[in-house]
Design a protein around this ligand. Structure first.
Ligand SMILES: Cc1cc2nc3c(=O)[nH]c(=O)nc-3n(C[C@H](O)[C@H](O)[C@H](O)COP(=O)(O)O)c2cc1C
Length: 194
């Protein structure tokens, strides 16, 4: 359990922040994956999918990698407001965020992060045809060179402005809700009914 009823809301949110920081940097990833949900404005439908937590910054920016040709990128380009969902099994903790996503493609951020993508991991960004394409047979799927991967490699920074935390307990659960205008402003919030 990470959050206790003796914590103040500010202490609780700091614990959540440290937990995410440790998950992104520590050898033991408490939270290695999370889900992001985006809206396709053309079809007015929502899609969720898992991604790997790559970085967590002091201003709460959550970073993940993807392929520029994926549906999530086209969704985010139309509407950058996305939802993030984390589950920490050891702590019985759910973290939900609403965030504004910023796409980095073929820029210095991508160049630097691409250095962390080595070996077979580069294949994840060089599939042909583009991710999501219907295949008449599996032999139509190929992976191009690392140069192609770096061309499609994309970094997404999620800047949360809304935060909801649920601490499951044996008896009463604890829940918190916080909001801030942008990544430079203070979180404001407190306990809510779980
Ligand atoms: C555990 C797990 C981790 C994943 N990590 C990533 C990731 O970091 N980036 C990514 O683009 N896709 C990742 N995927 C694949 C996505 O969930 C998704 O299937 C793919 O990106 C296509 O999504 P889209 O077409 O909705 O954009 C992961 C899948 C799983 C099951």
């Amino acid at each position: 359990m990470l959050i206790h009823q003796t914590d103040t809301p500010d202490q609780a949110i700091l614990k959540v922040k440290n937990h995410l920081k440790m998950s992104a940097t520590g050898k033991k990833h408490k939270i290695r994956f999370f889900s992001i949900s985006s809206i396709d404005l053309e079809t007015n439908t929502v899609s969720s999918r898992m991604v790997v937590l790559r970085k967590f910054y002091p201003d709460w920016t959550v970073r993940f990698y993807t392929d520029h040709r994926t549906n999530k990128v086209s969704d985010i380009k139309q509407n950058p407001i996305i939802a993030l969902l984390f589950w920490s099994p050891d702590e019985n903790l759910q973290i939900r965020m609403k965030a504004k996503a910023v796409i980095h493609h073929q820029n210095e951020v991508c160049k630097k992060e691409w250095e962390n993508v080595t070996g077979k991991s580069q294949n994840q960004y060089s599939a042909e045809p583009r991710p999501g394409t219907i295949l008449s047979s599996l032999d139509k799927l190929t992976y191009r060179s690392d140069k192609v991967g770096s061309k499609y490699f994309t970094v997404v920074d999620c800047k949360p402005f809304d935060l909801q935390v649920l601490q499951l307990q044996d008896t009463e659960n604890l829940a918190l809700k916080f909001h801030r205008e942008n990544e430079n402003s203070e979180w404001k919030g407190g306990w809510i009914v779980p």
